[in-house]
Write a protein that binds this ligand. Structure first.
Ligand SMILES: [Zn+2]
Length: 154
């Protein structure tokens, strides 16, 4: 399957219809993975320098950590990109980042390294970015900004 087909199949499998809220999407992803999903903003890291987001897994949780940004659109893209990796099953192999570190204890320079945008040329990155765009197109208006599923560390 080419990337376009992979993304199309993933969208169909989510069965969210053509218009949905971020919370609908959150619910589907969490249910499919059978784990708690947390979305955490690191308040002291900005979205300059190409910093974006990272997906970590622990024994109980999936955690998306993203840089602070004043742009709701940027935040949405950071989070949707990481959600897309989950939806596409990109963490089922060895490339998955794992941590058992309590996040507030991670020193700032380490956090910045974690949040550095990774190689955007690989197939998994292109697929995740493409699915994120598709999801963004389905999410209506301010639904994302109004989500209750956001935490802030900092
Ligand atoms: Zn990625």
């Amino acid at each position: 399957m080419n990337i376009e087909q992979v993304v199309q199949t993933a969208v169909s499998d989510l069965a969210l219809g053509s218009v949905f809220t971020f919370d609908d999407l959150y619910g589907v992803v969490q249910q499919r993975r059978g784990r708690r999903l947390r979305i955490v903003e690191l308040a002291e890291i900005g979205d300059h320098d190409g910093l974006c987001a990272v997906w970590l897994t622990t024994d109980e949780d999936d955690i998306i950590i993203h840089a602070r940004t004043d742009s709701a659109l940027h935040r949405q893209q950071f989070v949707l990109h990481e959600l897309s990796h989950m939806i596409l099953g990109h963490c089922d192999g060895d490339e998955c980042t794992e941590t058992d570190v309590l996040l507030p204890d991670i020193p700032p320079h380490t956090r910045a390294r974690l949040l550095r945008r990774q190689d955007l040329d690989s197939d998994t990155e292109i697929a995740a970015e493409s699915l994120a765009d598709r999801l963004a197109a389905g999410i209506r208006g301010s639904a994302f900004a109004e989500s209750r599923y956001f935490e802030v560390f900092g």
